[in-house]
Design a protein around this ligand. Sequence first.
Ligand SMILES: [Zn+2]
Length: 276
Amino acid sequence: MNSSFRGDLAIDWWPQSDQGTSAALVAFSDDRQVLVGPNGPMLDASLVNQSHTVGTISGVSVHCVRWSDVPPKGYQWMPLRACILSHPDDLTFIALSAGIQRLEFIEEHRFCGRCGSANHSNPGDSGVRCSDADCALVSYPRISPSVIVLVTRGSQCLLARSPRFEPGMYSTLAGFLEAGESAEHAIRREIREEVGIEVTRPRYFATQSWPFKNSLMMGYFAEWASGDIQVDGVEIVDAQWFEADKLPGLPPASSISRALIDTWLGQRDPELLTHL
Ligand SMILES: [Zn+2]
């Protein structure tokens, strides 16, 4: 039983709260690299004087900062995606995912999008408020919903390769929602666009926060209805029906994609997903 998919676990996570019994810092470069110290990416909070509050995760107050200097001795940069995948514990995952999104939101919303006045933090929540009293527009962090779908056909499942995947790795299909779409509409459209088939019976599975970029992945199962695979050659370079006992290289256990596949295979208890 693999329980490293984060939807499985009842972890305490309170955005904006600063009530932990200990504190930690996550630091990022301008190009989304993570500062990793001798003990990993969860750094000593006293390393900087000023930082932004991310929230309290399992009793740890997490703060984030943009790090512009060269790394201190014994520290090094690591790309965010590689860092998340190589530190799959929940505290680190949430700290990095929420930390980078908090930091980028603050930096990208310094001014009001309606009147151009300076923004200030909005007391009591994660938003920023326009300093012009007549405008007072409040903006919140953007979270982009996306669907991620395991399509099945009897004993087979449909897995695909993006050009940026490691050689031999296949994954479930995914795509962002357009304004006005339901998740179910997006499932049908994305799968039709990417592999040219029609699906039916979309069934909700679980969600996962994923900071590439600001995404909330909504996992679904769906069943093949009609059509033959035709890849678009751009987002998807290959897609195939795989028998359950002859699967290719798969995504890491910490991904919702892998949780979908493992659950379909009967290797993960779906009841765990209700323990949130
Ligand atoms: Zn304004």
